[in-house]
Design a protein around this ligand. Structure first.
Ligand code: ADP
Ligand code: ASP
Ligand code: MG
Length: 471
């Protein structure tokens, strides 16, 4: 009797029809005799709503939460009404939901009075989406006759105190997860666990980063030594590029952990970049599948790469980033300038997505999210103030409205001429490349181009994607 961990994303939890479909998938696997652990995201759009409300409350807007909580209550009540017939189950679940929403209201009110929302407060508010959705699915399963219980992952996943982007402490988590979930699974209860959230050792709620319900499922699955981890989403699998940019994008049948890590890091929003991390030691198969087309086999993620002769398997794009540059004729041979600039970026809470240095050592540039660019430049200018005064560094500047386009594929390693093909594909389409950088894994080549050229660049490079992956 295998243990299957099934994760369902925001669209899959988006309304009563979708949740019915989720329950069908669960019951099919359950009917085959497997033990099932489910992990869920918030209903689509709810986490964004919560984030906006937390911000507005932090700005002192006392009324902001009233409309949001009302909207969230209406949506969850309506969905529950559609999905649960048994009066007792419905009453219990609706009471639970209302209690949660009352807590949310109080929290927003306190934040509005304080006029300050800390990352810790943000996490608490943003955790409500999953806590609500888990209760709906669990009630629906109970209504269908299954034994199910909704569990908040702050009781299971122990994290560090890095609010908004917390990392799991795997040893402690494993103990908690096994103690709580193994007895339930052995009795064939179906736990519905909230994705996205955890708690510090002191029990304070944290979140693992946007889109991290995939990661939560992998953490829980790894702790339980799951036989399979299936990430159910709203597309047939991981595709050769974002289907919203290139409608002819195709599902990639097999990808390695290394390749998916690179793809997710460089913007393929379909999977959280850390998802495969907990699975690496176990080597369990991970699949990305479509809730709304469960017959499709999806994408299989496996430890080793399959090298295809076509080399490039997928193209990604990261938007809302800026190109920062540090320049100066006096920089040649001065050690540590890049390192100090990176530390300055880190102090400004700006994560560095890409780095490139000119071979003349007279400049280096890097890419950071646009919303951190001002703080990062200020921090670098302060860090390099002596060099700037001495005129060793002439300019620290930035350019907004750029995107990072990345070509990914394990077969690129050791295949000569890939960079040349990539550059000429862009040149043939009249696209100017601002920066080019190769990933240290040699699984990827990234290019920075103007935002206005972004979609065209993805489309041009997509034509290079190996025809043999288009299965
Ligand atoms: P979920 O809520 O199920 O976690 P997400 O919205 O996080 O779903 O991720 C699925 C979406 O990712 C798809 O609807 C698709 O638009 C987008 N996407 C971006 N890049 C890719 C890609 N390379 N392959 C598949 N989907 C992609
Ligand atoms: N609900 C969270 C988010 O929107 C986590 C997730 O969906 O994976 O970021
Ligand atoms: Mg997601």
């Amino acid at each position: 009797m295998a243990l299957l961990t099934l994760k369902f994303g925001g669209t899959s939890m988006g309304g009563h029809d979708a949740i019915r479909q989720v329950a069908r998938i669960i019951s099919e696997h359950y009917g085959q005799g497997h033990r099932i652990l489910t992990v869920v995201s918030a209903m689509s759009g709810v986490t964004d709503l919560l984030k906006q409300t937390a911000r507005a409350s932090g700005d002192g807007d006392e009324a902001a939460h009233v409309a949001t909580v009302g909207e969230i209550r209406r949506r969850h009540h309506e969905t529950m009404e559609q999905l649960v017939e048994n009066a007792d189950i419905k009453h219990e679940a609706l009471t639970d939901i209302d209690t949660l929403l009352d807590g949310l209201t109080q929290m927003c009110h306190s934040i509005a009075v304080l006029r300050d929302v800390t990352p810790r407060g943000m996490d608490l508010i943003m955790s409500f989406g999953e806590r609500l959705s888990a209760r709906i699915l669990s009630a629906h399963l109970r209504d269908l006759g299954y034994n199910s219980v909704a569990i908040d992952a702050n009781e299971l996943i122990v994290t560090d105190e890095n609010f908004q982007d917390a990392a799991p402490l795997m040893d402690e988590t494993t103990v908690k997860v096994r103690t709580r979930l193994v007895p339930l699974l052995e009795q064939r209860v179906i736990p519905v666990v909230t994705g996205y959230i955890g708690a510090t050792r002191k029990g304070i709620i944290t979140t693992l980063g946007r889109g991290a319900s995939d990661f939560s499922a992998a953490i829980l699955g790894a702790a339980l030594e799951t036989d399979d981890l299936d990430i159910y989403t709203d597309v047939d699998g991981i595709m050769t590029t974002d289907p919203r940019i290139v409608p002819t994008a195709k599902v990639i049948p097999v990808l390695s952990y290394g390749e998916i890590g690179e793809l997710a890091y460089f913007g393929a929003k379909v999977l959280h970049p850390k998802t495969v991390q907990p699975m690496i030691d176990r080597g369990s198969p991970v699949r990305v599948r479509n809730t709304f087309n469960p017959q499709h086999i999806g994408t299989l993620l496996q430890p080793q790469a399959e090298i295809t002769s076509g080399t490039i398997k997928a193209i990604t794009m990261i938007k809302d980033v800026s190109l920062c540059s540090v320049e100066g004729r006096g920089m040649v041979g001065v050690p540590g300038l890049a390192g100090r600039s990176f530390t300055a970026c880190a102090r400004a809470n700006a994560s560095l997505l890409l780095f490139s240095q000119s071979s003349s050592e007279q400049s280096f540039c890097f890419i950071i999210p646009t919303n951190r660019v001002e703080a990062a430049l200020e921090s670098i200018r302060y860090e390099l103030r002596s060099e700037i005064e001495r005129r060793d560094v002439d300019r620290v500047w930035s350019r907004d409205d750029v995107v990072i386009i990345t070509a990914v594929g394990a077969g690129m390693r050791g295949t000569p001429g890939v960079a040349a093909r990539v550059c000429s594909a862009l040149a043939d389409n009249g696209i100017n490349i601002l920066v080019i950088a190769q990933g240290s894994s040699e699984y990827s080549i990234s290019l920075v181009v103007a935002t206005e050229d972004g979609a065209k660049a993805v489309q041009s490079l997509h034509q290079l994607v190996a025809t043999e992956v288009t299965g």
